[in-house]
Design a protein around this ligand. Structure first.
Ligand code: FAD
Ligand code: DHB
Length: 390
């Protein structure tokens, strides 16, 4: 096979990149080691920044998002039962959109399928070769047959566990990592959300987050041990713990029911530098991971892809390589700022097993400061609605 851009991974990064390039008349092949049903079924992020919505608008895949998404003008921080609303709209003039990653993915798949663009699903043994030549190659197994794609560029959109990042030589790649000593246990339940807006709560027993997917479907999370198994968490145990952490007043409004999805995600901060090697460009989770506090993972992926698609389009349609040359540097500047915000909000909102009473008082003082200062609230709001692209 021959194509202009071979995209490895059909998560949100790969699909959105394919969509932008298709609109500009650039040929792509997308490969993934899973299939469409599996990818659409992965329950992950739920909050889109205004800039991410603008990106999906530009890509022409936002019709359903604007009818079914929920516009949110604020959210609550809670600390041992005390609440403080971050007035996103009042403090920044911007809002966020609650719309699940599953739906973003579905809209992108529908667009690509309508365009008749090429996919290979369930591929195995993917390898990248000749990345610093003008004609990189991607090889893989599909349906028992060996395939080779020759392309101008490879886009590594294959997530944290993918092969693209690992194709960058060890003496070129620098990685930075922090693993948090806990996980998030998340459930989906067909009940109206306990609150119209999201609540991020720090309670003595640990973090809790009340989110949603629609007016009738709730997405709730609690901090759990990194070593916990979902089998340890019956619905009853989850509801007890969640209600306690929300506090009595909020818990009084909680509607409980049978969960229909339950999973545990580890928390990690991770950055790989640079995001380019020869004609390989990384985007999304392949290059960086944020802890979920602050809802930045998917939004960062969209921001990377907006930068990368512009760079590739400039190269192919105008022969201007300047944006490709600076992609890694420009993307990483923003990535680090978003890493900082996600790290800071994670540090503020969780119970750390190694914290002394001093650090606990520091968390409380930070919460009290934010609650008493419009400037401090505005700093949170500005980051939450999304920093400018560059
Ligand atoms: P991915 O969505 O990971 O897509 C990568 C794709 O590459 C996958 O389809 C995978 O099958 C494919 N792939 C992997 N290896 C190969 C290979 N060798 N060859 C071919 N294809 C390959 N963010 C939030 O903001 N809020 C959340 O609540 C939240 N929860 C999360 C929960 C979990 C369990 C995880 C893992 C992430 C969560 N995130 C969350 C982060 C957010 O979902 C990601 O940032 C987002 O999915 C990044 O998109 P991506 O396309 O870069 O990567
Ligand atoms: C959701 C996930 C997050 O990490 C977050 O900060 C807010 C909402 C969610 O899945 O709804």
């Amino acid at each position: 096979h021959k194509t202009q851009v071979c995209i490895i991974g059909s998560g949100p990064s790969g699909l959105l990149l394919a969509q932008f390039l298709a609109k500009a008349g650039i040929d792509t092949i997308v490969i993934d080691r899973k299939d469409r049903a599996y990818i659409e079924g992965r329950i992950r992020a739920g909050v889109l920044e205004q800039g991410a919505v603008a990106g999906l608008d530009e890509a022409g895949v936002s019709d359903r998002l604007h009818t079914e998404g929920l516009l949110h003008d604020g959210f609550d921080l809670a600390f041992d039962g005390d609440r403080h609303r971050i007035d996103l709209k009042g403090l920044t003039g911007k809002s966020v959109m609650v719309y699940g990653q599953t739906e973003v993915t579905k809209d992108l798949f529908d667009a690509r399928t309508a365009d008749g663009q090429q996919f290979f699903f369930n591929v195995e043994d993917v390898t990248l070769d000749a990345l610093t030549s003008g004609a990189p190659k991607v090889r893989f197994q599909h349906d028992g047959q060996a395939h080779e794609i020759t392309c101008d560029f490879v886009a590594g959109c294959d997530g944290y566990h993918g092969v693209s990042r690992k194709a960058i030589p060890a003496d070129v790649l620098k990685t930075f990592e922090r693993v948090y000593p806990f996980g998030w246990l998340g459930i989906l339940v067909e009940k109206p959300p306990v609150s119209h807006e999201l609540i991020y709560a720090n309670h003595q027993r640990g973090f809790a987050l009340a989110s949603m997917r629609s007016e009738t479907r709730s997405r709730y999370y609690i901090q759990c041990n990194a070593s916990d198994d979902v089998a340890d968490w019956s619905d009853d145990r989850f509801w007890d713990e969640f209600a306690t952490r929300l506090g009595e007043d909020t818990a009084a409004k909680l509607q409980i029911g049978a969960s229909f999805e339950k999973s545990i995600a580890p928390l990690r901060s991770f950055v790989a530098e640079p995001m380019q090697y020869g004609n390989l460009f990384l985007a999304g989770d392949a290059a960086h991971i944020v802890p979920p506090t602050g809802a930045k993972g998917l939004n960062l992926a969209v921001a990377d892809v907006r930068l990368l698609s512009r760079a590739l389009i400039e190269h192919f349609t105008r022969g201007n390589g300047a944006y490709l040359e600076t992609y890694s540097e420009v993307a990483l500047k923003r990535v680090w700022k978003v890493e900082r915000f996600s790290w800071q909000l994670s540090m503020l909102m969780h119970q750390f097993p190694d914290h002394s009473p001093f650090e606990r008082r520091m968390q409380r003082a930070e919460f009290d400061y934010i609650a008493s200062s419009e400037v401090a609230s505005q700093v949170i709001a500005e980051n939450y609605v999304g920093l400018p692209l560059e």
